[in-house]
Design a protein around this ligand. Structure first.
Ligand code: PAF
Length: 286
């Protein structure tokens, strides 16, 4: 069956029914559905999420929605790449069953009042540089969950704090969706795939390699202090502006103490020209 493109709630419900997925949430009365939420401009990283989704459910839905709520006033909402036809073609090639691509009006009626608050965790690390960003992410993700009603949803580890926040929301608000994190996909030279990479000029792309190089360098050290210092040293030597280097608890994103033992996420954000990039790696502290 060809991919079904649904633009409205009604079309989405019809698509679910056409696939034999029950009207209720999850897999209780029919076949199972996995959701891969995206903002489009699909690249190999997204395709890896789709392939993982197929391992976890009978059917896969991909949502494509550039969510205005998660962009700050000076961020790149208007120039964010929109490549809808190519995205649908990629979904078709990957055997996606449903593409849900609602309009902003469909998602956000003008009289809307209530949204999700990301709490304290939404104000630290990435949230400190992007006020309101995680409120916007969680609001749209909860709405997508309510509309698509998947049993499982896949998110990239590339947005590590987003993944942690979504796990937190699902736990705190009792949302019946299993969250699966998928590994970062990188170019052969280490650059983490991102829709925003297409903003980079060839020179800027070279500079951007400092992020993965810095993480690699940092991850080779043993104590939190050394890890952060080594990472920062590589970034400071490159012509970019560092927003943060942090070694954080992967579940809470609180900075780990110097005697931390076990897993931690080493996360960086930096601006190369006008493009803001993030990257991270999981390290295990002995
Ligand atoms: O990671 C993204 O692309 C977005 O933040 C998401 C999860 C699709 C919500 O708009």
């Amino acid at each position: 069956m060809d991919v079904i493109v649904a633009g409205s709630r009604a079309e989405l419900d019809e698509a679910r029914a056409a696939l034999g997925i029950g009207a209720r949430w999850g897999d209780r009365d029919g076949r199972t559905l996995a959701l891969v939420p995206t903002m489009g401009a699909l690249h190999e990283g997204h395709l890896s999420l789709i392939r993982l989704a197929k391992e976890h459910a009978d059917h896969v839905a991909v949502s494509i929605f550039v969510n205005p709520l998660q962009f700050g006033p000076n961020e790149d909402f208007s120039r964010y790449p929109r490549t809808f036809e190519a995205d649908v073609a990629a979904c078709r090639t990957e055997g996606v069953d449903i593409v849900f691509a609602p309009s902003a009006e469909e998602m956000y009626p003008p009289d809307r009042q209530v949204s999700v608050s990301a709490g304290h965790m939404g104000t630290i690390v990435e949230g400190a540089f992007r006020p309101g960003h995680f409120d916007g992410v969680l609001t749209v993700v909860l709405k997508l969950f309510n509309l698509v009603r998947p049993s499982v949803a896949i998110f990239g580890q590339k947005d590590a704090q987003q993944l942690a926040m979504i796990r937190r929301m699902v736990a705190d608000l009792d949302v019946p969706v299993r969250i699966i994190g998928a590994p970062i996909v990188r170019e052969p030279d280490g650059l983490a795939l991102s829709s925003r990479n297409r903003y980079l000029s060839p020179d800027e792309r070279e500079i951007a390699l400092a992020l993965s190089r810095a993480l690699h360098e940092g991850a080779g050290h043993r104590t939190p202090w050394e890890i952060v210092a080594a990472t920062r040293q590589v970034l400071d030597a490159a012509p970019l502006t560092v927003d943060y280097v942090v070694l954080a608890d992967p579940a809470t994103f609180a900075e780990v103490a110097d005697d931390h033992v076990g897993e931690a996420v080493l996360a960086v954000a930096a601006r190369v020209g006008t493009t803001r990039l993030i990257d991270n790696v999981i390290v295990t502290l002995p």
